[in-house]
Design a protein around this ligand. Structure first.
Ligand code: SAM
Length: 253
């Protein structure tokens, strides 16, 4: 049942990732709740509150998947800003994940009013998107699956307008050793078992745990963001739930 991901060359990573998300697309939302015990909802709510988008803002939601960030962004605009002119462009490499997103919003006023659009594409080369088009860029639980995170961040910089903001929500490092031990147990024992029980797919969830381990730590990723040209405030990130996940923010000035 092991794919041997640790040894595959990086140019194969993209197709492997595509396979993982194709096989989990329909059970994806259930698994998120099970693995995080529902807490991913709170992380995503916090992410949008922190973004605090302006009325009329145009968001590019990269690795948008089934649309959790898109949904929260538009709800925020409706509820907090009373705004109906903002819009989201959702992009994902996996047509099946994106199709779940399209199904979710199919009957919504947002799609009816032309406020959501969908594209299959790779975060590393956003060739369908012109320079300086978006006010905000989000990538939630997506960048660690990309082969070259540096390239993803450079592309984000290119497509943002001056004054625009890059925001990333991603699993990160738990620093407290006691909590880290509990978290490791959850990652290596509980998650693959849940994957097997709920999605009938242990290997994909072993891959997900592995991809979390390999992603750069908070401060290393903040440096990648600065290297792409962004300005960060303070350390450039905020830890949530002891660093289980972190939100990184970069400003294009
Ligand atoms: N943002 C959504 C959320 O928070 O629920 C979905 C996150 S899901 C864990 C990760 C998504 O990243 C998948 O839909 C996958 O297809 C997408 N993805 C992986 N590699 C990608 C790439 N290189 N470019 C764009 N999307 C990618």
């Amino acid at each position: 049942t092991h794919f041997g991901f640790k040894t595959v060359p990086s140019d194969m990573k993209e197709s492997l990732v595509r396979g993982v998300f194709s096989s989990v697309a329909s059970s994806y939302d259930v698994m998120n709740d099970a693995m995080s015990m529902g807490v991913h909802r709170l992380w995503k709510d916090h992410f949008i509150r922190k973004m605090a988008p302006q009325p009329g803002a145009k968001l590019l939601d990269v690795a948008g998947g089934t649309g959790d960030i898109t949904q929260r962004f538009l709800e925020y605009q409706d509820r907090v800003n009373g705004d109906s002119t903002s819009s989201v462009h959702m992009l994902d490499i996996n047509p099946e994940m994106l199709a779940e997103g399209e199904r979710r919003f199919a009957d919504s006023a947002w799609v009816h009013d032309g406020r959501i659009s969908f594209t299959v594409g790779n975060a590393e080369h956003l060739e369908t998107i012109s320079d300086e088009t978006f006010d905000a860029y989000s990538i939630a639980f997506g960048i660690r699956n990309c082969t070259r995170p540096e390239q993803v961040v450079r592309e984000a910089y290119r497509v943002l307008k001056p004054g625009g903001r890059f925001m990333c929500l991603e699993f990160s490092r738990v620093e407290n050793p006691v909590l880290a031990a509990i978290y490791d147990f959850h990652s290596f024992n509980v998650i693959p078992r849940l994957g097997e029980a709920i999605a009938g797919d242990r290997a994909s969830y072993e891959y997900l745990v592995e991809s979390i381990r390999k992603f750069p730590a908070q401060n290393e990723f903040a440096q990648i963001i600065r290297d792409a040209g962004f300005t960060t405030i303070g350390k450039g990130y905020e830890n949530l739930t002891f660093g289980t996940v972190a939100i990184h923010t970069g400003y294009k000035f």
